[in-house]
Design a binder for this molecule. Structure first.
Ligand SMILES: O=C(O)CCC(=O)C(=O)O
Ligand SMILES: [Fe+2]
Length: 351
């Protein structure tokens, strides 16, 4: 994705980049002397300025100025912020079963061709990535697969894909990689009208499937606070998949025609920090937590505001995951995935 990572060297230049640097995850995994020294020099992230709408909802009041809650007009309590007109936060909008339904869809149906993913440009269309990768994962006793797979032996029971997109039961070329690794490296998928990241534009010449009706219905219900007098028509969506080290750099979503229509953004899985800035990166962004089931709407002036996700909390003590153990046993592999990941589904009306 074009805007995934903030450029190195630019890190301190703007208020937005300074906030990204403040909240991003610093790796301490190595035990080398250099890394231990580094660990000592990186203090834990100060989260005291991060707005927690879920906590505010449960407390029933906010000490932050400019935050308002409307719990009368809509199906859910909806928060707005005086300094960010057009921005709406709906904590806990989706229940556990509904979240699990969309997590499953995001991993099985949504990456299916003709929908494009970050792997399409390299390998061409890949069908059934989730099921094939799960088969590999269940057949290998452990998946300690390093990122560089080139010197792995072929007869290990895994499915491999080569640079031409050919899938085979053994490693045909040194550059072939297992589908389980490709699943781990899945970063985005596009639904409905297909978005071309290289041109940062919708490419109407690409084949596409209509958005699933159930998702359109959900999006128009969720969009109501931002457009109570007209209806939202979902035409496209982007699914973002995040692991611990992933971030979404500050960006604008400005390729849709009518900015009065909100972007409807739903979070699943591990807790994240969302930064909402202003029309330039010079504006100091507001930081807030996003948890599984939370929904954000960006409409009108908020459509022209830089935003991004500098941090995902995959540590079980900080991830604040819902208790998915109540879901039926067929959910096990999805729970294993989401316990270490975050998925964001953001839905757009293009015209
Ligand atoms: O992951 C998120 O919460 C935000 C996603 C986003 O801003 C985007 O895909 O444009
Ligand atoms: Fe965005």
């Amino acid at each position: 994705m074009g805007y995934l990572d903030a450029q190195e060297g630019d890190a301190e230049r703007t208020a937005f980049r300074r906030a990204e640097k403040r909240y991003k995850f610093y790796k301490h995994s190595s035990t080398s002397a250099r890394s231990i020294k580094h660990r000592e020099s990186v203090p834990p992230t100060d989260l005291s300025d991060v707005i927690d709408f879920r906590k505010i909802r449960h407390l029933g009041f906010s000490t932050e100025s400019g935050i308002k809650m409307d719990d009368k007009n809509f199906q859910w309590p909806v928060f707005t912020m005086e300094q960010h007109p057009g921005f709406y936060f709906i904590p806990e909008a989706l229940g556990i079963e509904e979240q699990m339904h969309w997590i499953k869809e995001s991993l099985t149906t949504f990456p299916q061709p003709p929908n494009r993913t970050n792997h399409t440009a390299v390998y061409g269309p890949i069908f059934d990535l989730w099921n094939r990768a799960q088969k590999d994962l269940s057949e290998t006793t452990s998946d300690n697969t390093p990122d560089n797979e080139s010197n792995k032996n072929s007869a290990d029971g895994k499915s491999y894909i080569d640079a031409n997109g050919a899938i085979s039961g053994e490693q045909q070329h040194s550059t072939s990689i297992p589908l389980s690794v490709l699943l781990r490296k899945l970063r985005w998928a596009t639904l409905g009208l297909q978005f071309d990241w290289s041109k940062r534009a919708y490419d109407l010449s690409l084949p596409y499937n209509k958005m699933p009706q159930k998702l359109c219905d959900l999006a128009s219900k969720l969009a109501e606070p931002a457009m109570p007098d007209s209806e939202f028509h979902a035409e496209a969506a982007i699914v973002n998949y995040f692991g611990q080290d992933d971030m979404l750099g500050g960006h604008l979503d400005d390729m849709e025609k009518d900015w009065s229509k909100p972007i409807v953004s739903i979070s699943f899985g591990c807790k994240a920090i969302f930064l909402l800035g202003g029309p330039t990166r010079e504006h100091k962004p507001t930081a807030m937590f996003l948890r599984s089931g939370d929904v954000v709407l960006m409409a009108g002036p908020a459509r022209g505001c830089f935003h991004g996700v500098p941090r995902i909390f995959v540590d079980p003590k900080q991830a604040d995951l819902p208790d998915f153990s109540t879901c039926d046993p067929s959910c096990k592999t999805f729970i294993d995935y989401i316990n270490r990941s975050r998925i964001n589904l953001n839905i757009r009306q293009v015209f």
